[in-house]
Ligand binder design. Structure first.
Ligand SMILES: Cc1ncc(COP(=O)(O)O)c(C=O)c1O
Length: 439
């Protein structure tokens, strides 16, 4: 079951890689090849990948591989030379965004994109504060790790950042509330937070949100929540930065961008992970006014950001999303998956809640159905057992008890069936069968 080479690879990692690196699964996977929704280990065994969102259009999609190879064999320079592909890429991304968000800056990672976006917001407003969600993750630069409350207390909170809870209607603060009460509660909380920032001498420069809340436990933002947050922050002089590193490029199935769960057009949008299907390319899109103000400073250059190979990858990803209608597919397959999970929940008491949309679904594992305490150890057992059975998922949330199902967008109904059968078998093995089939 476990890879013959794994012990040696693990020992060598310990010798030559920084200790901060971690590995997925108790028995780490030695993947040597990928194709579509499949990863293969050194023995040729196939694993159904229900985790990796970076391989957005499928591992090693031939269109993307061909585009990268062709461009790498032709020219790879930087943005200080004229090149057709960066322009085409910016035009295509802008065409997917609301009008006005048509000025692009290319970077390499989501962290860089959020770092730059927040710098832009600060320079535009002349304010210094930030609002983020509780247990957010936005990246790892020294600035952005301060906006990543999931990293606290290790990386340390700070006086210029305040958080508001994610839109948790299962065990959280929005449970049982209708739209009007949600608006009132969110408004009161944001106002409180803005006062507390003011006490430290900060006015909000921006609200930064991943509207799929993947780190927080996967919640789709309800309009009353998202709209109210944005309205209050804007009234206090801050911008709305939509972090689409997780939720972008059609992943939710319902929308191309996850900020569209609400009715507010962001001031800045950041993109990353899926944009190059694994090739490092990320982007900040904003208005001419905001980008113009930032350009009055020292300017911005990123050696690798937006190079021709990166742009070729991003263009091929957009082509495949459109031609293979992957957003629509994510919506349909995602609904099929949710129906299957709902059925499993009638038989397994440990499934407390099912959330998310499209190809981004969270399954909250709880101790028992009546008093749903988060069951972290059980969620880890499920994840590890499924890996042994050949299906890869992850876990997320503060308690790490939410199964994270976030596959490449080419996942199909047969893949869903395999995932559900394996989850069912795993849950039976962990003794979670309900006494009565009622929920
Ligand atoms: C919502 C969100 N934003 C930003 C990032 C950072 O992206 P990167 O790892 O490419 O720097 C991540 C990474 O997981 C993320 O989930």
């Amino acid at each position: 079951m476990s890879s013959a080479q794994a012990p040696d690879l693990i020992a060598r990692r310990r010798r030559v890689l920084a200790p901060g690196y971690s590995l997925f699964y108790e028995q780490p996977l030695h993947a040597v090849r990928g194709a579509g929704v499949w990863l293969y280990d050194e023995s040729g065994r196939a694993y159904l990948d229900a985790y990796n969102n970076v391989a957005h259009v499928g591992h090693c999609h031939p269109r993307v591989v061909e585009a990268i190879s062709r461009q790498a064999a032709t020219l790879n320079t930087n943005t200080r030379y004229l090149h057709e592909l960066i322009l085409r890429c910016a035009e295509r991304i802008s065409a997917h965004l609301p009008p006005g968000l048509d000025v692009c800056t290319f970077v390499c990672t989501g962290s860089e994109a959020n770092d730059l976006a927040f710098q832009m917001a600060r320079s535009f407003r002349g304010h210094s504060g930030a609002l983020v969600s509780d247990y957010s993750y936005h990246g790892n630069t020294s600035l952005v790790s301060r906006l990543s409350t999931a990293d606290y207390p290790v990386r340390g909170g700070t006086d210029f950042v305040r958080d508001v809870p994610a839109p948790d209607a299962y065990r959280g603060w929005l449970r049982g509330l209708d739209a009007a009460s949600t608006r009132a509660r969110v408004a009161a909380r944001v106002d409180e937070v803005i006062v507390s920032l003011a006490d430290e001498g900060h006015r909000p420069a921006a609200l930064l949100l991943d509207s799929m809340f993947v780190s927080e436990g996967i919640f789709t933002a309800v309009p009353a929540y998202l709209n109210t947050l944005c309205e209050r922050v804007r009234a206090a002089g801050g911008l709305f930065i939509a972090d689409e590193v997780q939720g972008g490029f059609g992943r939710s199935g319902e929308h191309f961008w996850s900020f569209a769960w609400g009715d507010v057009v962001p001031d800045i949008v950041t993109l990353g992970k899926p944009m190059g299907n694994g090739h490092p390319v990320a982007l900040v899109a904003t208005t001419r006014e905001i980008a113009g103000r930032f350009a009055e400073g020292p300017g911005y250059f990123n050696t690798f950001g937006g190079n021709p190979v990166a742009c070729a990858a991003a263009l091929a990803v957009l082509d495949v999303i459109e031609e293979e209608e992957l957003q629509q597919r994510a919506r349909d397959v995602g609904r099929y998956l949710r129906r299957g999970l709902d059925e499993l929940a009638t038989r397994h008491a440990c499934i407390g809640d099912i959330r998310g949309a499209g190809m981004c679904i969270g399954v909250e594992i709880v101790a028992d159905g009546k008093s749903p305490g988060p069951a972290m150890a059980q969620a880890q057992r499920i994840k590890n057992r499924m890996r042994l059975l050949g299906v890869l998922i992850g876990t997320t949330s503060r308690h790490d008890n939410v199964l994270k199902i976030r596959p490449p967008m080419v996942f199909n109904r047969a893949n869903v069936d395999q995932l559900l059968e394996t989850l069912d078998e795993t849950l039976l093995g962990t003794g979670s069968r309900k006494k009565k089939a009622a929920r």
